[in-house]
Design a protein around this ligand. Structure first.
Ligand code: F6P
Length: 361
């Protein structure tokens, strides 16, 4: 019997999602004869029955495309889906049974779920209600402990590096301190990698709270050695020593708090303490867009091929992951809620310090 498999992309998007859809379609149809149904807008598609059959035509040319042809959202957890009532109030509804019904009505044998920690947690809970699935991890934040890298990360690092390069030249001509704020949630991977690649003088990450005086000291050292400009790469989740995280707003529907604004706070404090001009740039969602780089295309495609094999084997409730140079399967329960942070004692951080990069500590 040929399997009929639904595929959805959940949570925030990242470069490489279309490479997964294409890879799964190619490996799944040609090797195992899968029939593949695209489920639109993450779990919202399963709740409200929004689907499209995936055909060769639909996947043509998508390897290089950013985003996801299936759409996604990080606002539709079927177990507590926030709905705004006509009176403006928000009500949380449990649509998980509806998902099971729609899954069965669609005649599906399983799902391929691409997403981060939140998406995998939802998929696991739906599995317990009878929806078999295989997971593919993604996030530009690279903060999942189960896999050495997630696709999307290296492309985000490339994007940030290119932006730092551009900021470098203008920083030098104007003799300014340029602060660049990057994503990553509570992990400093993007800031660390792009900071090193872009030759930043100061890298500030959530794992190493910083001290204003240490940053000023680094700026002064640079001035004394003849460099009247500095580049500071700061992760959105970074904090002053003993300080709190900086948030932009709280999502009205989900209640999730959105990090952002630490670069401006730091810029203000630096202005008060140095005669140099200070400017800050927040890169934002530019980091999530664009065509995936070669590394991410290969990783996403390898994840997809392995996922197709797992679906064929019926190895449900497992997720693909990169271990060394192999793509392996791990139980989803072993992966969720386990974040990977930068260790301040890691070789990477130590090497950055040996280069003279300050972490503000
Ligand atoms: O997890 C990926 C990520 O881009 C984080 O780095 C960032 O904090 C967050 O998502 C932004 O979310 P949103 O797309 O909801 O603004």
């Amino acid at each position: 019997m040929k399997k009929r498999i639904g595929i959805l992309t959940g949570g925030g998007d990242c470069p490489g999602l279309n490479a997964v859809i294409r890879g799964f379609y190619k490996a799944g149809t040609s090797n195992f004869g899968f029939e593949i149904i695209g489920i639109l807008d993450g779990f919202e598609g399963l709740i409200f029955n929004k689907t499209m059959p995936l055909t060769r035509d639909k996947i043509k040319g998508i390897l290089t495309r950013g985003g996801t042809i299936l759409g996604t959202t990080n606002r539709s957890n079927p177990f507590e889906c926030a709905v705004q009532l006509p009176n403006g109030k928000i009500e949380k509804r449990d649509y998980s049974e509806k998902c099971v019904q729609n899954f069965n009505n669609l005649g599906l044998d399983g799902l391929l779920v691409t997403g981060g920690d939140g998406t995998m947690t939802i998929a696991h809970k739906l599995y317990e209600k009878g929806i078999p699935f295989v997971g593919v991890p993604k996030t530009i934040d690279n903060d999942l402990d189960a896999t050495e890298f997630t696709f999307g990360f290296m492309t985000a690092v490339d994007t940030v590096t290119e932006c730092i390069d551009k900021l470098h030249s203008t920083a030098e001509s104007h003799q300014r301190i340029m602060i660049v704020e990057v994503m990553g949630r509570d992990a400093g991977w993007i800031a660390l990698y792009a900071g090193i690649a872009g030759g930043a003088d100061v890298i500030l990450i959530p794992e190493i709270p910083f001290d204003l005086d240490k940053i000023l000291q680094k700026i002064k050292e640079r001035q004394e050695s003849g460099s009247n400009f500095s580049i500071i790469c700061i992760a959105e989740g970074a904090t002053f020593k003993g300080g709190e995280k900086t948030y932009l707003f709280r999502d009205t529907l989900t209640g999730t708090k959105r990090l952002g604004g630490i670069a401006d706070r730091l810029a203000m404090m630096l202005r008060q303490n140095t005669e140099l001009e200070v400017r800050s740039t927040v890169l934002g969602h530019i980091q999530r867009g664009g065509t995936p780089n070669a590394f991410d295309r290969v990783l996403a495609t390898r994840f997809a091929v392995k996922a197709a094999e797992l679906v064929e084997e019926g190895k449900w409730d497992h997720m693909v992951a990169l271990k060394g140079d192999k793509i392996v399967a791990i139980p989803v329960l072993d992966a969720i809620d386990k974040q990977k942070f930068v260790s301040p004692k890691s070789q990477l951080v130590q090497q950055a310090r040996l280069l003279g990069i300050s972490f503000g500590d």
